[in-house]
Design a protein around this ligand. Sequence first.
Ligand SMILES: [Zn+2]
Ligand SMILES: [Zn+2]
Length: 295
Amino acid sequence: MEFSSSVLFDVIQHLPFQNDDTKNVNSDSNHKRIAYVEQCFGASGEKLTRPGRVLVGEGVLTKMCRKKPKPRQFFLFNDILVYGNIIISKKRYNKQHIIPLDDVKLEDIEDDKNLRNGWKILSPMKSFIVYAATSSEKSEWMAHIRKCVSYLIKKRGIEQKPDLNCPVWVPDSDASECMLCKKSVFSVINRRHHCRKCGIVVCNPCSSSKLLLPQQSSKPQRVCNNCYQACENNSSAATSPTDIYCPTNDDGDSSADDSSDDDNDDEDEKNTFLDSAINANYHDQQVQFYEQEAM
Ligand SMILES: [Zn+2]
Ligand SMILES: [Zn+2]
């Protein structure tokens, strides 16, 4: 099955958010679309079919990764945002990531010389910046995501948790030296590390401690000395210092720089032709939304 449409934002008149989603949830085209996404991820992905789930739209966005911006295929469902690396355009994806929409927040970012039409996707589990090919695609994406989030939290009768967002990582290229001590210059030997609490790039001595950040991982995570100190101060004021871990020597990820602790979606793909998608000229069906929200 191909989603063959040369028209961007080919919005069809299904109303997924009306009448308990029944119309779209049970629609044959919705089932087929979701099954096709599952098939494209193959064994590397999770089962995406679930009662009540609607695929709202999909398209290519350029995701700011650690080393550079890279094209990723995004799928917006009414309860999750899924993305993955593109192996074969519209046919094969891997490195699937699933972000629950409950606590997703969006934040606009200003255009820069080279990177335009971007915004932040913030969540407790993962936060990053994406760029759309055009400003209208950006508006469409942001509007659809926001509608899904607000509908979801209304439907579940919950409120978004404030300020538990995972930080957006500072790209490697933005830091030639440690952002904390400002002395340590990075090299092949002196590797960069990212603080999991604030996202800055720091040297090993400036990130010798770990904290438990349960929303990100069940294991203690590397943090910069500032964040560690702040947390220690906080918890000595409070009663339960449960999420403090003593400074450690670089256990666990010693051999490593951050490549072991890096996002696994950040690895370079073999098919370099995809880099062309980084340029904003990748207009061939960048995105398609299937549903028109009624709200
Ligand atoms: Zn340092
Ligand atoms: Zn920090």
